[in-house]
Design a protein around this ligand. Structure first.
Ligand SMILES: [Zn+2]
Length: 776
């Protein structure tokens, strides 16, 4: 009778945790797409997809005729909706891309949906240009489609209180210049407001709210009202560390701090990102639906609020995370430290209690054993990181092409393999040490690590502290209940199991969604991040394993063997399912450089190790950084015949010396014919010089690092652009000019890629460069 009841309890506990895991993972999946017959006031992915097809029909980087076509189409659609769109010309400048500044002439499309009694504008923003070699079906056809379908749906409902300003930006991929021009100079942005940016860095997955302005509490409250909020305040912390940028960045950088806002993107399926395969047919309609229904609900929420308040930072960042049932848990930043310290106190109290009891069910729990349990916890934590590195190493060894990817085309097998590997490491630690240290000491060590990490995160990434502190707190409270309740008794096994399971349930709800979101965020190339979060979950589950796993040796072996078998099966499945083929090609990067002064030409690739196809052109490590500063040192290169390509020119239109300062005004033109490569429009002209004290490009002052000028002007037309530099009087100006075009097809010796070999989604793919040095 007892045995049966005990087994039934175990089974119920396991099923409960599995169900909770499934619900937690489901909570961060995108919703089903709505069809074209959905009510007019709702967002329908099927309706919005017509926009995706129009935007992503051609490769359309900034400055191309195709991009002009996309812009005209957007303007037409806005007029069809009864709005009064404006095409706004400007000059945008970005000074945040390393030491390099970038400038572009941009044309944004802006339309205002007037509010009934506006307290300030809500800016809904997406970029309409694509990356150099990309169709931009997802990036950012998804954003443009979200804006247009949202605008249509808003027109069907009651008028909002606030103005909603739709901002379709130009030249995001080049330099975030359209967004910068809008924030810098558009009259509609003059008094600030709340910005909602809509992006895509892949083709699938949930729309994640991953970036916020500082002091995000009020905006997170607004975001919590969307039907399926997906995000974690850990993501906000991680993104602040990463060097990545979107159109949202110029608003965050605004020196007058006029803006607050939220940034969303879907990021899974990153193999298509910026590549020629970012086509409409590869878009997950569920992802588009999630973007759209979130944006529509968020704009309705912000549109009804008081923008004069919302456009000011709240007193703190909120901690927030997705819960099952379309809920967003959130609490203010001031609670982070009390919770982290509370977790530590609870774990400390549990330790004191266990050490005083000296033994639980005959297994010693002395202070020495508890400390050893804690120290041993380093093994699984370090093991998770090493396991993720080993997995990636193995994947690249078997498929060298993975080295150029963030994630494989079909990463699921490998993701499960990494989870299996983490579970194997955790099970190996527990099974291997449970006889010598005892299951209680190991469980205690696991909870103590969670408490310590909760504190570390509270200090360095407060938005992520909940991931460790809440499981530690729940696990320690459960442990205290078990220890106090079972005092003097040897029974109560079922009760112990239930309490331990409830303690671990918190960890499942908190950690499982973040494991799922972290996989695409950093990719398997940086699998250490999801592996570590998964290991936190394994540690938090240790007390449950300790009370559920039978003491027999065989039970431990079965657990370990099961985790190992899962890893192997998933890994083999990953390799079988994900092979390079015509639809899922191996990404390669090739560029061509011509030094117009020497007539020397080379093929160049900045792949880490050149793929077989690339190595036919570029197989020698070379330092080209002096002549072509866009390439780091070293890159792969190989000799080529010189093509007949026009070099850029810089003509002095004015040269004045006043006191000890010389000011040179230059007309920089792309050169005869203006085209470099088969892609038509130039990507940019880059200027590098030393001994410069200040510089202006196309009327915008650009930062000079010390005396080094490193700047680009994007997509110049045949008339070129004006550059003004100042330098010490009597100094010579030595200017390196490089014109960058795209498209290798007509170059001598180039043969098209075979099926299964593709173009990598990078800013140096298919690049054609012509460089010359001018001394003035
Ligand atoms: Zn984008």
């Amino acid at each position: 009778m007892t045995l049966t009841r005990s087994r039934a309890t175990s089974l119920a506990c396991i099923l409960f945790l599995l169900l909770l895991t499934a619900l937690s993972v489901q909570a961060v999946q995108p919703p089903s797409p709505q069809d074209a017959d959905s009510p007019a006031g709702e967002f329908s992915a099927e309706r919005a997809f017509a926009t995706v097809e129009a935007v992503g029909g051609e490769v359309h980087p900034h400055g191309t005729a195709a991009n002009d076509g996309v812009r005209a189409w957007i303007t037409g659609e806005l007029e069809r909706l009864g709005l009064e769109p404006e095409e706004v010309d400007g000059v945008g400048m970005s000074g945040r891309l390393g030491d390099q500044s970038r400038v572009a002439a941009t044309t944004n499309v802006v339309a205002t949906i007037p509010g009934s009694d506006s307290t300030g504008p809500v800016f809904l923003m997406a970029h309409y240009d694509s990356a150099e070699v990309s169709y931009g079906g997802n990036d950012d056809g998804a954003g443009v489609a979200t804006l247009l379908e949202t605008a249509r749906a808003l027109g069907e409902g009651e008028q909002l209180r606030n103005d909603v300003v739709l901002v379709f930006t130009d030249a995001e991929e080049a330099c975030l210049c359209g967004a910068e021009a809008f924030a810098h100079a558009d009259p509609r942005a003059a008094d600030g407001g709340v910005v909602v940016n809509v992006e895509a860095r892949g083709s699938a997955g949930p729309a994640i709210m991953f970036e916020t302005s500082d002091g995000n509490a009020a905006l997170v409250d607004a975001y919590a009202q969307v039907p399926k909020p997906v995000g974690s305040s850990l993501g906000v912390e991680v993104y602040r560390i990463l060097p990545n940028d979107t159109d949202f960045s110029p608003f965050l950088d605004d020196p007058a701090e006029r803006f607050t806002g939220l940034n969303s993107a879907y990021i899974d399926g990153s193999a298509t990102y910026h590549s020629p395969l970012d086509t409409p047919d590869r878009m997950s309609l569920a992802s588009l639906q999630h973007h759209g229904s979130s944006a529509l609900a968020l704009v309705r929420e912000l549109g009804a609020g008081d923008v004069s308040v919302l456009a000011e930072p709240s007193s703190s960042d909120a901690t927030y995370f997705t819960l099952p049932g379309g809920l967003l848990a959130r609490y203010p930043g001031w609670l982070v430290w009390p919770l982290a310290l509370g977790a530590l106190a609870a774990v400390g109290a549990l330790g004191v209690l266990l050490a005083r009891r000296r033994a639980i069910r005959g297994v010693p729990t002395t202070a020495g054993r508890l400390v050893l349990g804690f120290v041993s916890g380093l093994v699984p934590l370090a093991g998770a990181v090493l396991a993720s590195m080993a997995l990636w190493w193995l994947m690249v060894a078997v498929r060298p092409g993975y080295d150029e990817m963030l994630d494989p085309w079909r990463p699921w097998g490998f993701r499960v393999a990494l989870l299996g590997l983490v579970a194997t490491v955790g099970a190996g630690w527990f099974v291997g040490l449970r006889r010598s240290l005892g299951p209680v000491a190991l469980s205690y060590g696991a909870l103590a690590w969670l408490a310590v990490l909760g504190l570390v995160l509270a200090a360095f990434a407060p938005g992520g502290s909940y991931l460790a502190a809440l499981p530690a707190l729940a696990g320690a409270v459960a442990g205290l209940v078990v220890v106090v309740r079972t005092r003097g008794r040897t029974g109560g096994l079922s009760a112990r199991r239930v309490v331990a399971t409830l303690g671990a349930a918190v960890a499942v709800v908190v950690l499982a969604p973040v494991v799922v979101l972290f996989f695409p965020a950093l990719g398997l190339a940086t699998g250490a991040a999801p592996a570590l979060v998964a290991m936190l979950l394994v540690l938090a589950l240790t007390p449950v394993v300790a009370v559920l796993l039978p003491r027999r040796r065989l039970a431990g072996r079965i657990l370990l063997g099961g985790c190992g078998a899962l890893t192997v099966v998933a890994l083999v499945t990953g390799f079988v399912v994900d092979r390079f083929d015509a639809e899922h090609p191996e990404p390669t990067r090739l560029a061509y450089v011509l030094d117009a002064d020497t007539g020397e030409a080379r093929w160049v690739s900045d792949e880490a190790t050149p793929a077989d196809w690339t190595a036919r052109y570029a197989d020698t490590e070379t330092d080209l950084s002096a002549a072509f500063p866009m390439f780091g040192d070293p890159v792969w290169s190989g000799e080529s015949d010189a093509a007949d390509l026009p070099a850029p020119r810089a003509e002095v239109t004015r040269d004045e010396t006043a006191g000890d300062e010389r000011t040179v005004t230059l007309a920089v033109t792309p050169g005869e014919g203006a085209s470099v490569g088969t892609a038509g429009a130039l990507r940019y002209v880059q200027l590098n010089a030393d001994a410069v004290t200040s510089a202006t490009v196309a009327g915008r002052e650009v930062p000079v690092d010390g005396t080094t000028l490193d700047t680009r002007y994007y997509a110049p037309d045949a008339d070129g652009f004006e550059v003004v530099v100042t330098l010490p009087a009597d100094d010579e100006l030595e200017l390196r000019l490089v014109a960058a075009g795209g498209g290798l097809e007509d170059l001598p010796g180039f043969e098209p890629r075979p099926a299964g070999v593709g173009v990598a989604g990078s800013h140096t793919s298919e690049l054609v460069l012509v460089g010359t040095t001018v001394t003035l």
